[in-house]
Design a protein around this ligand. Structure first.
Ligand SMILES: C[S@@+](CC[C@H](N)C(=O)[O-])C[C@H]1O[C@@H](n2cnc3c(N)ncnc32)[C@H](O)[C@@H]1O
Length: 354
């Protein structure tokens, strides 16, 4: 775990022993009118001060997004876009989307070519560059190393339980609840790492297309190896290298974005969530987990100031409070923010209105 993650997990473990579940808030004033929402609210209130017990998390997931959902889901084609001009990509061969991803692609407008190396399609802006390689902040670079990528599912990720993460299977079950309105469509597993959740999404058969997306070449390589080892079909699963702040998808074309344990690693959370908001179709759902840090912390001016100085000096975003996460989603045009917490773990969800 990076130092910041370790600190956050440590602090969170001691500061937030309770599991909070707040009723979905309603920025538009239009939701929460249905009987289902009322039931959700009642259930949420009933458990809001309950001590955390892992097997009760199912009941605690309040789906504050289903009232906003649009029944339309995408058919899994023509969503990939050039990360420079956001216009659609076409295969150099005339085949279906998934099989065409075994080939290079090019932008219909600027004609820039994007390379598929057999493991993943590189849709970063600098992907095909011969000399230039983008250097990112430490929380991104750390995961590009072969060692961390190799260790990630071999012990690293398991440590997150110390910070209150319930574990991948439970997290997946919780995420599925939030993603119900988008079943049948396309889900992007953003910052997928070695594909822990991408593989679960693919195996579930719930989505017509699963995009495993990460900036780290080594994480994607690990992901590809796990897919082969687990004998998972790639018919509805594609691996894409991309920067979360420059998502290679057509605007309003994606049904769901899942981002497990990644928000705190993103160089610019606001640029990332704005991009997620851009690519989501109306009614599309964003669900993410991260470490949270609040309680007395944001209220103490010296601690807030120290965090600001640290962030500015290192480009490293320390964990946010629940209020900041909600504000971030709202600032990026997402509504119906709701979350489930346990220790320093939080799963949040928000929806693209329309
Ligand atoms: C802690 S891992 C999370 C992996 C997995 N989603 C999970 O739930 O365990 C964070 C991931 O964020 C990715 N990441 C960091 N910066 C990124 C960026 N700018 N664009 C895309 N992914 C990024 C890292 O490569 C890493 O795989």
């Amino acid at each position: 775990m990076p130092m910041a993650a370790a600190l956050g997990a440590f602090a969170g473990t001691f500061l937030h022993r309770r599991c909070f579940l707040r009723p979905p808030r309603n920025p538009t004033g239009k939701t929460l009118r249905t009987a289902a929402a009322a039931a959700n609210r009642a259930a949420s209130s009933a458990v809001s001060t309950t001590e955390f017990a892992p097997n009760t998390l199912d009941a605690k997931v309040s789906n504050g997004t289903d009232q906003l959902a649009c029944p339309k889901v995408s058919n899994g084609t023509d969503q990939l876009a050039c990360p420079i001009c956001y216009h659609p990509l076409i295969s150099t061969r005339e085949e279906t989307l998934t099989s065409s991803l075994a080939t290079n692609m090019e932008c219909v407008t600027c004609k820039k070519a994007y390379v598929n190396n057999g493991q993943y399609l590189d849709l970063t802006i600098s992907g095909g560059s011969k000399e230039f390689d983008e250097t990112m902040p430490p929380s991104t670079e750390l995961f590009r190393t072969p060692l961390v990528s190799f260790l990630y599912e071999r012990g690293w990720r398991q440590n997150f339980v110390l910070g209150g993460f319930p574990g991948p299977e439970k997290e997946f079950e919780m995420a599925k609840e939030y993603l119900k309105p988008t079943v049948g469509g396309t889900v992007i597993d953003a910052s997928c790492g070695s594909g822990l959740f991408s593989r679960l999404f693919a195996k579930s058969g719930l989505f017509s297309l699963v995009v495993a997306l990460d900036f780290s070449e080594n994480m994607l390589q690990q992901c590809d190896e796990f897919i082969k080892k687990e004998d998972i079909s790639k018919e509805n699963l594609i691996l894409v290298r991309a920067d979360i702040s420059r998502l290679p998808f057509v605007t309003a074309s994606v049904d769901a974005v899942h981002a497990g344990a990644a928000l705190h690693c993103w160089p610019s959370p606001s640029a990332a969530v704005a991009e997620i908001s851009r690519v989501l179709r109306p009614g599309g759902v964003f669900v993410a987990t991260t470490f949270i840090l609040d309680g007395f912390y944001p209220a103490v001016p010296i601690l807030s100031a120290a965090r600001q100085v640290f962030t500015r000096a290192t480009s490293q975003h320390l964990y946010m409070s629940e209020g900041e996460l909600e504000d971030l989603c709202r600032a990026c045009g997402l509504v119906g923010f709701t979350c489930v917490r346990n220790g320093s773990f939080v799963m949040l969800s928000a929806t693209k209105p329309g």
